[in-house]
Design a protein around this ligand. Structure first.
Ligand code: ATP
Ligand code: MG
Length: 254
């Protein structure tokens, strides 16, 4: 469903992504792992259209390469960022509704006059927010101020906001960072639920237990280059991955 073809990103001399070719299959959880600075977030930025790059990006066979950032959501891309962006003084409901923005086509005048168009779209956004909240299990929290929730829930709401645009593919950049063990378990369950909805999950994560548990496929980057790709059990035993990233401790996990 997602295809990267000869993608290279250079930042003033530094090659952050080096001729990367990879594909993410539909309705899978596909993880991108590797040491700090390996180029993982940069790959997500390429897909989102946030950095200049060589090579091409295809989604469902459609060439996204020259599609502007704000339009990519219309093609089915959703994303949550490495640093969680949550509006602490807005309710969970309003935080989720913000993710519907690309569909909110009414203008300021509609808003001021409280037109029919405005209220219909607001209503649709609200219904979608309730549906998403139900999916990720935060419906009872919809009326709470987002800032009062534990960090694990704030991250979940960030993911929920990305789901508001009904993406085909959702990119999650280190969703487990800073989470407690219990929160990580909850996150794992939510990712499975998202996958079961038919949404493809492209995941960057350092928590290897999480990655090994939920990934159908893993791609490993090191210094911007793909050094391995395969099923979790293949990755944990791959000598280059053990050397560059994992160490030996995980080869006994699976
Ligand atoms: N906008 C930028 N300008 C210059 N250099 C950048 C920029 N973004 C990233 N880099 C550099 O590119 C390399 C890859 O960074 P990237 O953030 O993609 O790594 P990462 O694999 O996501 O690392 P981490 O696991 O720490 O999040 C790093 O050396 C980083 O310093
Ligand atoms: Mg990163």
């Amino acid at each position: 469903m997602l295809k990267l073809e000869s993608v290279t990103v250079k930042f003033s001399g530094l090659v952050a992504v080096d001729n990367l070719n990879m594909e993410v299959s539909r309705s899978t959880v596909h993880s991108l792992i590797g040491p700090n600075g390996a180029g993982k977030t940069t790959v997500f930025n390429v897909i989102s259209g946030l950095v200049r790059h060589e090579g091409r990006v295809y989604l469902d066979g459609f060439d996204l390469t020259n599609v502007p950032v704000h339009k990519r959501v219309d093609y089915g891309l959703g994303r949550s960022f490495q640093n969680v962006i949550i509006y602490k003084y807005l309710s969970v409901l309003n935080n989720l509704m913000l993710g519907y923005h690309h569909k909110l086509t009414y203008g300021l005048l509609d808003e001021l006059l409280g037109t029919y168009k405005h209220s219909t779209l607001e209503r649709k956004a609200m219904l979608k927010a309730i549906e998403v909240a139900d999916l990720i299990g935060v419906k009872p929290l919809l009326g709470m101020l987002a800032g009062t929730l534990p960090y694990g829930y704030q991250k979940l709401i960030d993911i929920g906001r990305a789901l508001m645009s009904e993406p085909k593919l959702i990119m999650l950049d280190e969703p487990a960072a800073g989470l407690t063990e219990t929160e990580t378990e909850m996150l794992k369950e939510k990712i499975r639920i998202i996958k079961n909805e038919g949404i493809t999950v492209f995941l960057i994560e350092h928590d290897m237990r999480l990655v090994l548990d939920i990934s159908d496929k893993i791609t490993v980057l090191n210094f911007g280059k793909k050094i391995a790709e395969g099923k979790p059990e293949e990755i944990v035993h791959h000598p280059d991955v053990i050397k560059a990233y994992l160490g030996t401790s995980y080869s006994e996990v699976k």
